[in-house]
Design a protein around this ligand. Structure first.
Ligand code: CP
Length: 326
């Protein structure tokens, strides 16, 4: 199977088959990352540009390492040192970058829909690395991959997402993804952080954390996004931690074998206690490891075909697979 799309903009647009194909491909790249020599020639001659208008540690670094492990040239644009600071628009920045013939632009932007706008404007592939409060599709793919390493299927699993759902692109992508794979999704948080009508996306709302934990197979804690609001959506961090923070005491009511996810970065002692973040149920570090494999899979699937000059020289086999693939 090959994805018949130029870009990755959302989980909403992906079919179950496409999600499964991306995760399956990521599993083979995870094995590449476990070797002594982790580099493959798959994207030799390709160029990837990371264009991040918001801060990032995990996503930006893993897209960069993914491109480099696959022998692509990876360029990071630091917006704070670019002509954006002189007032250049996103559209002009993108058109100028495309004039240098990259194969893929990975975009993180504070505005929902910015990657979709670039995808329409540009011939090269565009990957959404998080847009406003809309989606963060590569995060949801790595989250689904991480859960699927512990369970054979998501069908019928109870997955609870806790925290600042209103601001969370991670929550939106995961609600789509978990639902598509057959899980039951519950959202929990203070009423100010749960958008009105979110149930229409296919989720149940529970405002009491102890009840939301009971029966959950997976709990995903969300970061409190202190930078987004001038007026906080809860009185103090301490009160938030008391009512919605995950700690060892609360986990006494949890199901055996519970898994805990968090997209990072974490606010230790606010939404998650250090004992839980570093404890045996926590998969936070596995998520980051899988993030690299997912991003390698996305590059392979979206831009991993032969370049024009290679294409003239030799045809790929009937599966489109050729030298150096995972
Ligand atoms: N999970 C996530 O998107 O982390 P970064 O903001 O560090 O990329």
């Amino acid at each position: 199977m090959k994805l018949k799309r130029k870009d990755l903009l959302s989980i909403e647009e992906l079919s179950v088959e496409e999600i499964s194909f991306i995760i399956e491909t990521a599993r083979s790249f995870k094995r590449v990352n476990e070797r002594d020599i982790k580099k493959v020639p798959t994207l030799r001659g390709k160029t990837v540009i990371n264009l991040f208008y918001e801060p990032s540690t995990r996503t930006r670094t893993s897209f960069e390492i993914a491109a480099k492990r696959m022998s692509a040239d990876a360029i990071n644009i630091s917006v704070s040192q670019s002509s954006v600071k002189k007032g250049e628009t996103l559209k002009d920045t993108a058109l100028n970058l495309e004039a240098m013939r990259p194969d893929c632009i990975v975009l993180r932007h504070a505005s929902s829909g910015a990657p979709a706008m670039l995808a329409e404007l540009l011939d090269c592939s565009v990957i959404n690395a998080g847009d406003g409060m809309h989606e963060h599709p590569s995060q949801a793919l790595l989250d689904m991959m991480t859960v699927l390493e512990r369970f054979d299927s998501l069908e019928g699993l109870n997955i609870t997402i806790v925290g600042d759902v209103s601001h969370s692109r991670v929550a939106r992508s995961n609600i789509y993804g978990f639902n598509k794979l057959g899980a039951n999704v519950t959202l929990c948080g203070p009423p100010t952080m749960i958008p009105h009508g979110i149930e229409e996306m296919g989720a149940t709302v529970e405002y009491d954390l102890d009840r939301a934990i009971r029966g959950a197979d997976v709990i995903m804690m969300l970061r409190i996004q202190l930078e987004r609001d001038r007026v906080p959506l809860f009185p103090t961090a301490r009160e938030y931690a008391d009512r919605y923070g995950l700690n060892l005491k609360r986990l006494k009511g949890a199901k055996e074998g519970l898994l805990i996810l968090h997209p990072g970065p974490i606010n230790r002692g606010v939404e998650i206690s250090p004992e839980v973040a570093d404890g045996p149920y926590s998969l936070l570090i596995d998520q980051v490891t899988n993030g690299l494999a997912v991003r390698m899979a996305l590059f392979y699937i979206l831009i991993g075909g032969p370049s024009e000059s290679e294409h003239e020289a030799e045809e790929p086999d009937s599966n489109g697979k050729e030298r150096g693939t995972a």
